[in-house]
Design a binder for this molecule. Structure first.
Ligand SMILES: Nc1nc2c(ncn2[C@@H]2O[C@H](COP(=O)(O)OP(=O)(O)OP(=O)(O)O)[C@@H](O)[C@H]2O)c(=O)[nH]1
Length: 349
């Protein structure tokens, strides 16, 4: 059987990966795509955001980041998908892996070369990196992960160009071309891209990656020391509120916490609270998102943001037998979790 082309979709927190993936899944391109979703923070909100018509196979991996802690799970997910395809249980001709916003795409791509079982069935089609035109300058100044994601890309897609001036965009493009002169750059306005720009690119060139990192295919046991400086930092995940525990090793001080409630929110109180908290802590709020139960609403509300840019959408209807609740994930640097949790509790009906 021919190898299954796999796209590794990366980009910093909130860059627009899920938006792009949703577009890809909705386009009538004829590809049958299996998706592997990995999120930073133990709650998978993207699952609610991704449009699913039942034809895609979506595998969630939320208990760590696939570039480090759950790489074994990635191998299991890939080999299980291939087996089910061989058995005729699933039909797909392409896999898209959406990594966490903090993932180093290097070790993810490496899996396809060093794990024999994976290598039998799959090949890396391309590493596609979504770059948030509004926030990338700051992300590149501050986070190694953002630089690596651009450095490893075979194709770069600029999102949120609607939020910046032509001059700002030109400066950013110049900078990302300096980091990665090989990868073509194009724009993806709310994920709008031609399918030929994202699937079947055959853009992954091992020689390029070896030039970027001569130890690219080095033995796994050396990989953390050699590739993943961010993985040397201590665990920063914070899980107290959900009693869930897992470790993730990424940039110092970046932590995720979850708020959950089985009481509805009062819309005005919540709007006011979120508006004010974003004013104060926005610069440190790297990513936040949630699926909310609003008092009196018969549909879910999906809310999300990156720094000060926050928005909400009407989501799906609550199922008849679904118990209503809200869950929110906040990912940021040194965020005062207690202030957030207490404030949110005060917005409940
Ligand atoms: N203005 C603007 N907003 C965009 C664009 N693309 C995505 N967004 C918004 O950016 C926010 C984050 O988008 P997602 O697609 O969820 O980002 P992500 O990279 O999947 O985020 P994480 O996986 O949570 O890190 C959402 O509110 C999107 O609607 C764009 O081109 N312009």
């Amino acid at each position: 059987m021919a190898l299954i082309p796999t796209t590794i979709l990366t980009g910093f927190l909130g860059a627009g990966k899920t938006t792009l993936l949703n577009r890809i899944l909705q386009e009538p391109h004829g590809f049958k795509i299996a998706v592997i979703e990995n999120e930073f923070g133990q709650e998978n909100i993207d699952n609610e955001i991704l449009v699913q018509d039942g034809t895609e196979q979506i595998v969630e991996m939320n208990n760590g980041c696939i570039c480090c802690t759950v790489r074994g799970d990635l191998i299991v997910a890939l080999t299980a998908l291939a087996q089910r395809r061989r058995d005729g249980e699933l039909q797909f001709d392409h896999v898209v892996i959406e990594t966490t916003g903090l993932a180093n795409p290097g070790p993810v791509a490496q899996t396809f070369f060093i794990d024999e079982e994976v290598a039998i069935d799959y090949l890396v089609d391309a590493i596609i990196t979504v770059v948030d035109a509004k926030h990338a300058m700051h992300q590149l100044d501050t986070y190694e992960e953002a630089q690596r994601q651009i450095g490893f890309a075979d194709k770069l897609l600029l999102s949120k160009t609607d939020l910046v001036s032509a001059d700002e965009l030109a400066i950013l493009i110049e900078r990302i071309k300096r980091i990665n002169p090989r990868a073509p750059v194009s724009t993806a306005d709310f994920g709008r891209v031609a399918i030929a720009d994202v699937l079947d690119l055959r853009g992954f060139n091992l020689n390029d990656k070896l030039e970027l990192d001569p130890d690219f295919i080095a033995a796994q046991e050396h990989e953390h020391a050699q590739h993943d400086h961010a993985c040397e930092t201590h665990c920063t995940q914070d899980h107290e509120h959900t009693h869930d525990h897992h470790h993730s090793h990424h940039s110092d001080n970046i932590a995720a916490f979850v708020f959950k409630s089985e009481r509805p929110f009062n819309t005005e109180k919540l709007d006011e609270f979120l508006g004010s908290i974003v004013q104060v802590f926005g610069p440190r709020m790297l990513r936040y998102k949630g699926v909310l139960w609003m008092d009196g609403a018969d549909r879910k509300v999906v809310f999300q943001g990156v720094h000060q840019i926050m928005g909400s959408d009407i989501g799906g209807k609550w199922g008849e037998n679904e118990s209503r609740s809200s869950k929110m994930v906040f990912i940021g640097q040194n965020l005062p979790k207690e202030t957030f949790i207490l404030g949110l509790e005060q917005c409940l009906v």
